[in-house]
Design a protein around this ligand. Sequence first.
Ligand code: NAI
Length: 386
Amino acid sequence: MDRKLRMGMVGGGPGAFIGDVHRKAARMDGGIELVAGAFDIVPKKSREMGRELCINKKRVYNDVDTMIARESALPEDERIDFVSICTPNHTHFPIAKAFLEAGFNVMCEKPMTLTVKEAKALQEVVRKSRKVFGLMHNYTAYPMVKLARDMIRQGDLGTIRKVVVQYPQGWLARAVEKQGSQQASWRTDPKQSGAAGCMGDIGTHAANLAEYVTGLTIKEIAADLTTFVKGRRLDDDGNCLLRFNKGAKGLLHASQVSIGQENNLAIWVYGEDASLEWHQEHPNYLHVDTLNAPTQVWKRGNDYVGEKSEAAGRATRLPFGHPEAFLEAFANNYCNFADTIRARATRTKASALITDFPGIKEGVAGMKFIDAVVTSSAKNAKWTKL
Ligand code: NAI
């Protein structure tokens, strides 16, 4: 398939956060072009965004229904190949379902849906549609995270005993949702955010990271969620004990009221033979420890990283010492997602390296995680199965 893939976007209007990151990242490697969108819930703002992005105004839509109808009516060699959904949580399910049923591939933001029931229904829609579905858990797309996963797969840590994962932020330490913050206002509204606040927004990233790196599955959770900011309707902090399959134990904490913390996602994995540690705010380094030996620091961009992990090598663009981070991780998911679409279109089998991006399975797991933490916390941190 020797052409760029045509991307459409829903969300990402003026002043929105993540849509702009998707646009920059998807186009980073030149294989994708943005040609259409319903960028904002307010039609005027959607048009304003379309003008700013120099999108043909015929393909800037006032709403999702019009976008699907008009794109579907275009000749196959003009219409979008996929849509990226960058809207608040409550809209993911209806929008993703509508695009999939109309025959479009979908890249969707997390958390995937509002409920487990919706997640399972979407899984069925994806299965029936035979379309490619990606979910933007961007943190598992960093090269050093892929390296960590491959070290564990290759047995370097031995049997995993314990996993500690954290995602503290501090930006919701005050009721900024009452002071006009667009991002805070829907995130603290159960109708738009879902049953969990902090745990849905960033706890899901931590859980996804733990499962991706270790290859283990969280089976049971005991969670203690708190709403520290008076009048807020959803949790803004939570601490969880985790039980994985194969006997591993863990801790997960996430917070949006930890003043001073920005995006301090980090993971520690302790095995029988060695341990590793990775920090999202210093993503180009992976620390590995064995007993009675100095710490090893693996550095992104060195040949030895690609030799140890083909996936980490594939996810690397720049030589060592030139940092890569957030945008590149989004771009890595887009590369694999786009290559999987190309493979489907040309009826070739995509290798495991190419299909290495989060999708419907991780989306269902994320919704089960949210459901379990909320259920457990309501029962005074009772152990709850996922
Ligand atoms: P935001 O509030 O900044 O932007 C949302 C945008 O969606 C706005 O432009 C709004 O007008 C538009 N919108 C809402 N309903 C729409 C509809 N029916 N049709 C067209 N446009 C519509 O929100 P933000 O922070 O960008 O978050 C969006 C999603 O991305 C959320 O699900 C969030 O959880 C996720 N997210 C993921 C991140 C990641 O690291 N993967 C980081 C930040 C957000």
